[in-house]
Design a protein around this ligand. Structure first.
Ligand SMILES: Cc1cc2nc3c(=O)[nH]c(=O)nc-3n(C[C@H](O)[C@H](O)[C@H](O)COP(=O)(O)OP(=O)(O)OC[C@H]3O[C@@H](n4cnc5c(N)ncnc54)[C@H](O)[C@@H]3O)c2cc1C
Length: 552
């Protein structure tokens, strides 16, 4: 039977776009199949903050940050905690990926017109020892233009390939099965969904209006993870984190449904590390939702005080921005699936950023004028102020008694005692009389401010939480927000998929979140952040190049 293309890519997210453009640029014919409409091209990456993990970049050097491959790999390995037989390929991917991030990643993107905001962020700071979790130095490089800015070069290349006839998009084509003959993947089949006029990111209809079959020499599965499917998240929830949360919000659109993962696994692909996921604990309900249960993650600076549902301060080193998985573990151990930040107006103004392209119109719109306002404005960035005003999880009061009363009313659990909260805040505030202190969070704040990037736009000058001059007081109820799938299909460095018998499945590749961002789980248990888009770039590129080379 005649082939429709040399390679079929399932998924027009970042990983799929990168793979497809590499195939087309190698002179091969490629079809990109996506269940969503054309308006959602780019998948999750469009909505992302565009943060990229880079090592020893010119941006870091300009800020006086000394980074190296050796330091970054030490951090990665300490963070990943690889401890399973199936971590063989993930670990190989980790080594190769850190080398990519310390090597050609930035230049490769730059040659396509990608640019970076000059202040490098410091995510996942750890707080254990040098071999433990966390970034020793700031490495989170925000794309100038955020998510759309990372999609743009690849969409442009894809459109060029489309114009020259080497790349074809099939939108509203949902793959339901892989075609396999004698152990070789030869194509896909599925349903044509009715046309849709929904806005980007909104849920689209699943009404079937036709069927399709496409044949090629290879298929690349780049269908994303499971974060939009809470049933799957709960099914895969690891015992080590206790019971799955009763209440969760979604940090991803509904098309991140995990359905294609099930289809590919049923066709014989080996899915590993499915219990490793990266969900956030600083989720807030979006007052202007785009997708169902839409939540936004606060990217917090280090100063907010963090309390569990019962009013106990989270133990060191679980401060904002230190250890996402450690925080999730602790919070789930309390028997409640939410926690609280208490902070001041001075802290929210300088330290709250919201993850998502639509929440950062200054960076997304590439407006220097608006971006500079972050450092000089009296209030927080407009989207943060809007959440403060309209967000269901925000409480603003002039005094602590009223604040705690409103917190109890919001949760409905009535677990917080004013005296208990007050004594913990006062104890912390007393530490501010001297610059040398015993409170580890306060030490952390002083340390953060030794980095010029944090001092400029990320870490408020240390002050008493109960200082009325710094008010009003703000409490934020923090929910668990689903986002990334860290496990996935086991792949070699060419993104070729292993079967359940340990042999490579001929003609089958996987990239992006579906492949655990490489190897079936390049992150191990935890991420250093900015590593997901990068994992899509690297695994998509490897898949595209290898599949193009293999195509006769
Ligand atoms: C708000 C937000 C902020 C983020 N910020 C960052 C950040 O700053 N840094 C970072 O590194 N990462 C970030 N991420 C994560 C990152 O964006 C994603 O992990 C990454 O974009 C996933 O890309 P993907 O191509 O693997 O999958 P997706 O983007 O999910 O694309 C998969 C595509 O496959 C299609 N598909 C699925 N199943 C089928 C099927 N059966 N048939 C046909 N098509 C199918 C889907 O419709 C979708 O278009 C963020 C994510 C979000 C949502």
């Amino acid at each position: 039977m005649a082939e429709d293309a040399d390679v079929i890519v399932v998924g027009g997210g970042l990983a799929g776009l990168v793979a497809a453009t590499e195939i087309a640029d190698a002179g091969k014919r490629v079809i990109v199949v996506d269940q969503e409409g054309e308006q959602s091209l780019g998948g999750q990456a469009f909505w992302s903050f565009g943060g990229l993990f880079l090592v020893d970049s010119p941006e870091q050097r300009r800020l006086g940050i000394k980074d190296s491959y050796a330091l970054a790999l030490q951090d990665w390995i300490g963070t990943a905690g690889f401890d399973r037989d199936e971590d063989l390929w993930p670990k190989r991917w980790a080594e190769a990926y850190v080398a990519f991030a310390a090597g050609e990643k930035r230049d490769w993107l730059r040659a396509m017109g990608h640019r970076i905001f000059p202040v490098v962020g410091w995510a996942e700071r750890g707080g254990y020892d040098a071999m433990g979790h966390g970034n020793s130095v700031p490495r989170f490089h925000v794309t100038w233009g955020t998510g759309p800015g990372i999609v743009e070069p690849f969409e442009r290349r894809a459109r060029e390939a489309q114009n020259s006839g080497r790349l074809t998009f099939r939108f509203r084509h949902r793959v339901d099965a892989l075609a396999i003959t004698n152990g070789t993947v030869e194509g896909v089949s599925g349903s044509v969904l009715e046309p849709t006029a929904v806005e980007r990111g909104q849920s689209s209809s699943r009404r079937i209006v036709g069927e399709f079959t496409l044949r090629a020499q290879a298929v690349i599965v780049a269908s994303g993870g499971i974060g939009g499917n809470h049933d799957l998240v709960r099914q895969n929830w690891p015992k080590r984190l206790g019971e799955p949360p009763k209440f969760m919000i979604s940090g991803v659109p509904e098309h991140v449904d995990g359905r294609m993962i099930g289809i590919t696994e049923a066709a014989g692909a080996r899915l590993i590390n499915r219990d490793r996921m990266w969900h956030y604990v600083e989720g807030i309900r979006n007052w202007a939702p785009i997708w169902p249960r839409h939540g936004i993650r606060i990217l917090p600076g280090p100063s907010s005080m963090w309390f569990d549902a019962t009013g106990k301060r989270l133990p060191a080193p679980l401060f904002p921005g230190s250890d996402t998985l450690g925080q999730l573990h602790y919070i789930m151990s309390t028997g409640y699936d939410y926690s609280w930040f208490i902070l001041t107006q001075s802290i929210i103004k300088k330290e709250f950023a919201l993850s998502g392209s639509e929440q950062n119109p200054d960076l997304t719109g590439k407006s220097w004028r608006m971006t500079i306002n972050r450092a000089t404005n009296k209030g927080a960035p407009e989207p943060v102020e809007a959440f403060k005003e309209k967000g269901a999880d925000f409480i603003v009061r002039d005094n602590l008694a009223d604040l705690v009363g409103a917190m109890n009313a919001l949760s409905g659990d009535n677990l917080l005692a004013l005296d208990q909260i007050k004594s913990q805040i006062e104890a912390r505030d007393r530490q501010l009389t001297n610059p040398y202190v015993k409170d580890a969070q306060v030490m952390n704040i002083y340390n953060a401010r030794r980095y010029i990037g944090d001092r400029l736009i990320r870490t408020a000058r240390p002050h008493r939480i109960l200082d009325p001059e710094r008010g009003p007081l703000i409490a934020v109820k923090l929910n668990i927000l689903t986002r990334k799938t860290l496990g996935g299909f086991e792949t070699d460095l060419d993104s070729r998929v292993f079967g359940s018998n340990g042999e490579i499945i001929r003609g089958l590749y996987a990239a992006g979140e579906a492949a655990g961002f490489g190897g079936g789980g390049v992150h191990g248990y935890r991420s250093l952040e900015g590593t997901f888009l990068g994992g899509c770039l690297f695994s998509g590129r490897n898949a595209g190049r290898a599949a193009a080379k293999a195509a006769g």
